[in-house]
Design a protein around this ligand. Structure first.
Ligand SMILES: [Fe+2]
Length: 255
């Protein structure tokens, strides 16, 4: 195949997402606590000036979630995956529902973030109450392991159709063994193991879409933050929220 010109060699620079104010605040907390963004990683935070002495409203912020350092030669490909509803009309299709349900002809369904250590990141998430739709899966075609989070939406609200995937490429044999062991346990808990597509279809048909954080945890964070804008959330607040996440999650596991 002919080599394509240099100017057609792309990498993703950033992604811009529009968020409901409550989700905007939760997203800030999640980027700081779950994705580990430091104050330095908040690249900017811009505000709409408040009128009549009212405080400013945060308009936008950007956060860096990583600066990839390849251990060895790594092409770090940039990939788009496209999906269309392929089920015949009249047959349930979560892909169609995600589009039609939001009056959309296109929809960013998930962002896949690559980590050098998926098992550790997954554990970090689980301890803090992040919910996943699947256990860590081994991709059949590629040498990668992946896990899919719940969707970002408001408690009791309509699912947004947006979630995260976390991937690790070229896992070691030891890491694969750990995953196999974990999957066996969930296999017994739920005898029908399904891939992402079937799992999402099942969620959408049942009407029970798993959120990124439980409603309880989401509401607890929002009520702790109160009327604070993201720029008013302090490092102490974040430490308190993280503690809350750990404690509420430990409690739920005990119950
Ligand atoms: Fe994906």
């Amino acid at each position: 195949m002919q080599q394509k010109p240099h100017f057609m060699n792309f990498t993703v620079d950033h992604m811009t997402m529009l968020f409901h104010p409550k989700l905007y605040t939760i997203a800030y907390v999640v980027f700081r606590v779950i994705f580990g963004a430091s104050p330095d990683d908040i690249l900017y935070e811009k505000r709409r000036p408040g009128k009549n002495g009212e405080k400013d409203t945060s308009m936008t912020f950007a956060t860096r979630v990583g600066t990839w350092e390849a251990k060895e030669k790594d092409p770090l490909p940039t990939i788009f995956a496209l999906v269309q509803p392929s089920e015949p009309v009249g047959q349930p299709s979560h892909v169609r529902t995600m589009l039609d349900g939001h009056d959309q002809t296109t929809h960013l369904q998930h962002v896949a973030l690559r980590t050098p250590d998926l098992i550790s990141f997954h554990r970090h998430c689980m301890e803090r109450g992040v919910q996943f739709v699947t256990p860590i899966l081994k991709d059949d075609h590629e040498n990668l392991i992946q896990v899919f989070s719940g969707e970002w939406f408001l408690p009791g609200g309509k699912s947004s159709g947006f979630f995260f995937e976390f991937v690790q490429r070229d896992p070691s044999n030891d890491e694969l063994a750990v995953i196999q062991k974990q999957n066996k346990q969930s296999w017994f808990r739920d005898e029908t193991f399904l891939g992402l597509y079937d799992e999402k279809e099942r969620e959408y048909q049942s009407g029970k879409v798993r959120p990124f954080l439980s409603d309880e945890l989401f509401n607890a964070i929002i009520s702790y933050v109160g009327s604070k804008q993201v720029y008013e959330i302090t490092e102490d607040d974040l430490a308190h929220i993280e503690k809350m996440m750990l404690e509420m999650t430990a409690q739920t596991k005990k119950a």
